[in-house]
Design a protein around this ligand. Structure first.
Ligand code: AHG
Ligand code: MN
Ligand code: MN
Length: 332
C-alpha cells in the first residue's frame, strides 16, 4: 500500500520545525525521536494487551497509593529505556516512581528533563477503553551538572514541549513546542505517525462537560452551581466522561468542551498531578486557544512544591472554563 499521502511523517515535521531555528543543535529532534519510539512500543503493547500477559495488576502500589497495572509498568520501563539511550536527557520523573531518575553521565550532552505519566487511565486498560501517555519537557541551564528534584519543580510556563499519545481507535500523537498544536496518526502499515491534524484550534465554546458525577456529594457550591447550570433544560450540553483524562481532553480539544476534576470535600487538592498531567495538557490547551485553571489560579503559573503534587483542574474551551471559574469564585 503506497505511503499514505495524508500527511508528513512526524520525524520529517520535526526536522522542518528544527530548520526554523538556525542555532538548533538537533538535540531536541533526537530526543523527540526517542519519545516516538517509546510511543510505538507502548502502542503495540496496548493493542495486543489481551493476547500477551500484560493485563491486570502488577502487584504493589505506587507513590500515589494506587494499584500498579502491568501496562503501567511496561509503559514506564519503555519510556525509561528509550530515553536512557538518548544522550540529551539529564533526568526523568514519572507518576510511577517515587523519586527522579538521574540520567546524566560522561556521555551526556543534553540538558533536558522529562516528566511523564506513562499510562493515563489505567483503570480502563482491562476493559479496552482508550488510555494514553502524557509528557512534559523542561530544559536545565547549560552546563548543568548533578540534576536534583528541585530542577523539576518549575512552573508550567517554563515547559519547552508538552504532548500526549492517545491509544484509542487509532493511536494519535499530539504535541506543542509553543508554535501551535499538531496531531499525528499512527499508520501501522508503515510504522510512522503521519500529520493528520495540523494546527489544532479548540472551539471557543463547546457543548460537552466531563466530570465524575459520582463525586457530586462532595462538590463545593461553585462546582455544584456550574454543573446544575449546564444540566438546566435548554442548555444543550451533554455529559461525556471516559475516566481517562487524555481521552476526555482530546475529544474536548477537537470538539470543544470542558473537563473538570475540581477540589472537593474529599480531595481538597483535586486528584490530578500538576507536573505530568495538568501542566502538559495546560500548555497544549493554551496553545490551541483554550484555558486551564484550578478555579483560583492559571495552572501554568503554579510554582510546584513537590514532585507528585495534585491540583484541581478545569480545562478546555475558553468560554466554558471562564464560566466554570466564574461560578467557582462567586461561591468563595
Ligand atoms: P492514572 O491512570 O494515570 O492514575 O490517571 C487516572 C486519572 C485520569 O486519567 C482520569 O481522568 C481520572 O483519573 C479519573 O478519576 P476518577 O476515576 O476518580 O473519576
Ligand atoms: Mn494519569
Ligand atoms: Mn498513570
Amino acid at each position: 500500500m503506497p505511503l499514505s499521502m495524508s500527511g508528513m511523517p512526524l520525524t520529517k515535521f520535526l526536522l522542518q520545525e528544527q530548520r526554523k531555528h538556525a542555532d538548533s543543535s538537533g538535540s531536541f529532534t533526537s530526543l523527540f525521536s526517542d519519545i516516538i519510539v517509546a510511543a510505538k512500543l507502548i502502542s503495540r503493547a496496548v493493542n495486543k494487551a489481551g493476547l500477551i500477559d500484560i493485563l491486570g495488576a502488577a502487584g504493589g502500589k505506587n507513590v500515589q497509593g494506587e494499584e500498579v497495572q502491568k501496562l503501567d509498568e511496561f509503559a514506564n520501563t519503555a519510556m525509561l529505556h528509550t530515553m536512557e539511550l538518548s544522550s540529551f536527557v539529564l533526568g526523568m520523573a514519572s507518576e510511577e516512581m517515587d523519586d527522579i531518575v538521574k540520567m546524566g553521565g560522561p556521555h551526556s550532552r543534553g540538558n533536558y528533563l522529562i516528566l511523564f505519566d506513562p499510562l493515563d487511565g489505567s483503570s480502563n486498560i482491562d476493559v479496552n477503553i482508550s488510555v494514553g501517555t502524557i509528557f512534559s519537557i523542561l530544559k536545565t541551564p547549560n552546563g548543568h551538572d548533578g540534576v536534583t528534584e528541585k530542577d523539576f519543580l518549575r512552573p508550567g510556563v517554563e515547559q519547552v514541549c508538552a504532548g500526549y499519545v492517545l491509544y484509542g481507535s487509532s493511536t494519535m500523537f499530539v504535541y506543542t513546542t509553543g508554535n501551535g498544536v499538531h496531531g499525528f496518526t499512527l499508520d501501522p502499515s508503515v510504522g510512522e505517525f503521519l500529520l493528520s491534524h495540523e494546527n489544532i484550534r479548540m472551539p471557543e465554546r463547546g457543548k460537552i462537560y466531563s466530570i465524575n458525577e459520582g463525586n457530586s456529594a462532595y462538590w463545593y457550591d461553585g462546582t455544584a452551581k456550574y454543573i446544575e447550570k449546564l444540566k438546566s433544560n435548554g442548555s444543550g450540553y451533554s455529559a461525556r466522561y471516559v475516566g481517562s483524562l487524555v481521552a476526555d481532553f482530546h475529544r474536548n480539544l477537537l470538539k470543544g468542551g470542558v473537563f473538570l476534576y475540581p477540589a472537593d470535600k474529599k480531595s481538597k487538592k483535586g486528584k490530578l498531578r500538576l507536573l505530568y498531567e495538568a501542566n502538559p495538557l495546560s500548555f497544549i490547551v493554551e496553545q490551541a486557544g483554550g484555558m486551564s485553571s484550578t478555579g483560583d489560579n492559571r495552572v501554568m503559573e503554579i510554582v510546584p512544591e513537590e514532585l507528585h503534587q495534585r491540583v484541581p483542574l478545569i480545562i478546555g474551551s475558553k468560554a466554558d472554563v471562564q464560566e466554570a471559574v466564574g461560578c467557582w469564585r462567586a461561591a468563595q
